[in-house]
Design a binder for this molecule. Structure first.
Ligand code: MSP
Length: 556
């Protein structure tokens, strides 16, 4: 995809964007990733959520003028793929093709703007993984040894003796029995990098986020690091291990799926054209895979002499009625349900619910229809939707659908909205720079709520009863419509379709498919772009009220 704003944005953005004034952050490029998802599962709300967070950040950064690379994809060399494919009477790649297709389809339907979709079975990835592992072997960071440990088959990872004991020899994630397994394996000298990793975490407070997750990693690091296996095959499980990238120089082993998978973040941008995107600005993941991302991955990178990602952000889980979503409970919010929500309320409404109510912090979030309806009505139907239609309707009623003229002094104390708009733009930008998407959206929505309050305080609908007040009414409505315009720009990364429609009604530039605008965000957020006489058209209601008495979308 063409990068529209490379190099632009830097100067102009300095005016208010704290991101741009931090020299540690590349002012131009921004690289955001999601986990690559196992192809054994069908996509569900959890996968969509992580990818939605990345999509929203990517859209915002593009709108800010950054040159963004947003990566997602599928993790395909898992042992379970080989065994499941055999059960289905398919080859592993046939099975992987089918399910990778489902992820692509789901993400396309939700309008995600990923710049690439990596499948670990592609040769562009496999060739580079082989090269990375060969380098590690040659420099002695990977060696052949024997390993005995507690194998969590459901998660395809080993647990230390202490961890296994702590969890009663059951998988901490799925509760399934752990098995004692001994393998002749290649090992990565993880222990060698312990001190450097610890120093890095302590010197870079933003490296592992949120704080609770950082403390969790630091706690586990106190036990000390042991070398970890990076290959499979020594246990004689030939069939499954044959499905994987060969260990360089040893046909009997394949590279452990987790090591293979982590390298995707680097392999995809390890090309002449994309190299400059590395290091990633943020790896968005959930807490289940934190250890791999916050410990093993940075140590592998150190061993290869690569820079470390700036942030590993591990959110929590969506749960359902207080319980983990799982295959055995059959309580996933699956794509059928997601489609049904989108069909009834629009994709933006679902995006909004997930983004504002999701588990970005340290606690899990319950997916609830009642909450969806409550939030939809409060924030969208009665919030930005109502504020916009109130203002536009009055402009039609009193000014024939033409933007009234602006008052002369935007620093006038009786005019709270210009200052509110400036603050909102600043806060949205500051929050997004910290991956605080909820904070950013609440600041943007706060601006449209301030419009409502301003209308109630100044009562233009009453003033308009006396023709002598029309200049004052016009001034009030100008501040309102200009604030709505800025709120729409700021909310467009979360609500691209509806805010595009709203901006269109005001004859303003609308976001392009990738979330960027023709001009960078800080220019668009400058006060006073709407001019007297600009046509403001009435559109269809943006967010019709939801009725909680209707059955849940997709319920059978
Ligand atoms: N393939 C590995 C990741 C390799 S990354 C180099 C994997 N795949 S997965 O399919 O199990 O996806 C796990 C990720 O999906 C989580 O880290 C999270 O991003 C997302 N989610 C899966 N279930 C989720 C919830 N219930 N709630 C929120 N997100 C969840 O692990």
């Amino acid at each position: 995809m063409e990068r529209r704003w490379q190099g632009v944005g830097r100067g102009v953005a300095l005016a208010y964007n704290p991101l741009m004034s931090d020299p540690a952050i590349s002012p131009d490029r921004f690289y955001v990733t999601t986990p690559i998802y196992y192809v054994n599962d069908r996509p569900h709300v959890g996968h969509c959520y992580s990818t939605l967070l990345a999509d929203t950040v990517a859209r915002f950064m593009r709108a800010s003028g950054r040159d963004v690379f947003f990566l997602t994809g599928t993790d395909e060399h898992s042992e379970r793929v080989a065994s499941r494919a055999a059960e289905e009477g398919m080859t592993p790649i046939q099975w992987a093709d089918r399910n990778a297709g489902l992820f692509k389809e789901a993400f396309a339907k939700l309008g995600f703007t990923n710049d690439d979709f990596i499948r670990t079975t592609e040769s562009r990835h496999k060739d580079l993984v082989t090269r990375y592992v060969r380098t590690l072997l040659e420099q002695g960071d990977v060696y052949l040894g024997e390993y005995s440990g507690w194998w969590d088959h459901s998660q395809e990872e080993y647990l230390t003796e202490t961890m296994a004991r702590e969890h009663g020899f059951k998988s901490p994630v799925t509760g399934k029995d752990l098995v004692k397994r001994t393998e002749k394996n290649y090992f990565f000298r993880l222990a060698r990098y312990q001190d450097r990793l610890l120093r890095h975490i302590n010197e870079n407070p933003g490296f592992i986020r949120p704080e609770a997750r950082k403390n969790e990693v630091l706690g586990r690091l106190r036990d000390g690091l042991q070398d970890v296996p990076v290959s499979r095959g020594g246990a004689g499980d030939g069939g499954a291990a044959a499905w994987g990238i060969r260990m360089p120089g040893d046909e009997g082993h394949s590279i452990y799926v987790w090591i293979d998978a982590l390298f995707n973040y680097l392999s995809v941008v390890d090309t002449r054209e994309r190299r400059a995107y590395w290091p990633a600005d943020v790896h968005l993941i959930a807490k289940d895979i934190l250890w791999f991302h916050a410990v093993i991955w940075p140590c592998l990178l150190m061993a290869l002499g690569e820079e470390l990602p700036k942030c590993v952000y591990a959110h929590s889980f969506w749960i359902r009625e207080g319980r983990k979503m799982s295959k055995s409970l059959g309580n996933f919010i699956d794509m059928e349900t997601i489609d049904a929500y989108c069909d009834r309320y629009g994709t933006d409404a679902l995006r909004w619910y997930l983004l504002t109510q999701g588990p970005m912090g340290a606690t899990d979030a319950d997916f609830s229809y009642a909450k969806f309806v409550e939030v939809y009505n409060a924030d969208l139907a009665n919030g930005i939707g109502n504020a916009a239609s109130r203002v536009i309707n009055m402009i039609h009623k009193y000014f024939d659908g033409k933007c009234p003229s602006a008052p002369s002094d935007s620093d006038d104390n009786a005019r709270p909205l210009p200052g509110r708009a400036r603050d909102a733009a600043f806060r949205v930008s500051a929050c997004m720079g910290e991956n605080d998407i909820g904070g950013a959206l609440s600041a943007a929505l706060g601006l449209s709520n301030a419009v409502d309050v301003f209308i109630n305080d100044t009562t233009p609908f009453k003033l308009a009863k006396d023709p002598a007040n029309m200049e004052r009414v016009g001034h009030i409505l100008y501040d309102c419509v200009e604030s709505i315009r800025i709120a729409a720009v700021l909310l467009s990364c979360a609500l691209p379709e509806k805010m595009g429609a709203l901006l269109g009604m005001m004859g303003q530039p609308v976001p392009m498919d990738d979330g960027s605008f023709e001009e960078p965000l800080d220019k668009l957020c400058e006060w006073g772009r709407l001019k007297a006489g600009d046509a403001v058209t009435k559109g269809e209601g943006l967010f019709p009220r939801a009725d909680g008495a209707d059955p849940e979308p997709g319920s059978r």
